[in-house]
Ligand binder design. Structure first.
Ligand code: BG6
Ligand code: MG
Length: 226
């Protein structure tokens, strides 16, 4: 039996475009400056985590968590953001990840709503640079979110604003905390990447995000649960 799907909520960085890589490069430059070594494996812990929380994790990793005042931390976070924004100036519609345009088109053809749930305060700039600023039915304003992922607040806000039932909605994420947030909101969790074992449906890369397969996985799970 097929079940109706209300909405699909996308994470942005690392799902719609590869800005996750720009975040990593900007954090790495700052960490190098602070004599803290971070690699791509450590960076997995930063995905989906807010700017200041990411800085805290990096400082802790380098055992420098007590070396800076809040004001100094804000200055460091701003410095990272300036470099990140510099990378964003290269961003164009060609940087939308493979499979995403088709996925968005297929979902919209069925009249299903789409939203963006990113904790990035640069989400608007990124969507604009990708030419996707008018594509989504709703984009959550990260500045208004009190509790970061893995708290479900951001996904529940997207569902509320779209006036849809989370239990009939799907979230797509590349971060461990993002999958936890989707699951905690009661939505069906689609994970992109190799480390997302808790996702309800998992693909290795965005090219494999095929709408028919996602719908089938969603329907199968609902059938098992009923
Ligand atoms: C998330 C990214 O989408 O946004 C994190 O996965 C990033 O890496 C966070 O730290 C906050 O982004 P910004 O643009 O507000 O610094
Ligand atoms: Mg992400």
């Amino acid at each position: 039996m097929n079940y109706y799907i209300d909405a699909v909520i996308f994470d942005l960085d690392g799902v719609i475009t590869d800005t996750a890589e720009y975040h990593f490069l900007a954090w790495k430059a700052l960490a190098d400056q602070l004599d803290i070594s971070i690699d791509r494996e450590f960076n997995e812990n930063l995905k989906g985590v807010s700017r200041l929380d990411s800085l805290e994790l990096i400082l802790k990793h380098g055992n420098r968590q007590n070396d800076f005042s809040l004001l100094e931390k804000e200055t460091l976070a701003n410095q990272k953001n300036e470099l990140y924004c510099h990378y964003l100036t290269n961003l164009s519609p060609e940087d939308i990840l493979p499979g995403i345009p088709e996925l968005i088109r297929n979902i919209k053809e069925e009249g299903i709503l789409i939203g963006v749930a990113s904790v990035s305060k640069n989400a608007g700039t990124v969507l604009q640079a990708l030419g996707l600023n008018l594509t989504f039915d709703y984009c959550v304003d990260a500045a208004k979110i009190k509790r970061s992922k893995p708290d479900p607040e951001i996904f529940l806000t997207a569902c509320e604003k779209l006036n849809v039932d989370p239990k009939k909605s799907i979230g797509i994420e590349d971060a461990v905390v993002g999958i936890d947030a989707i699951t905690a909101s009661g939505m069906f969790a689609v994970g992109v990447g190799n480390i997302l074992d808790k996702a309800d449906y998992k693909v290795e890369n965005t090219k494999q995000l095929e709408w028919t397969k996602i719908k089938k996985a969603y329907t199968n799970l609902i059938n098992v649960n009923n």
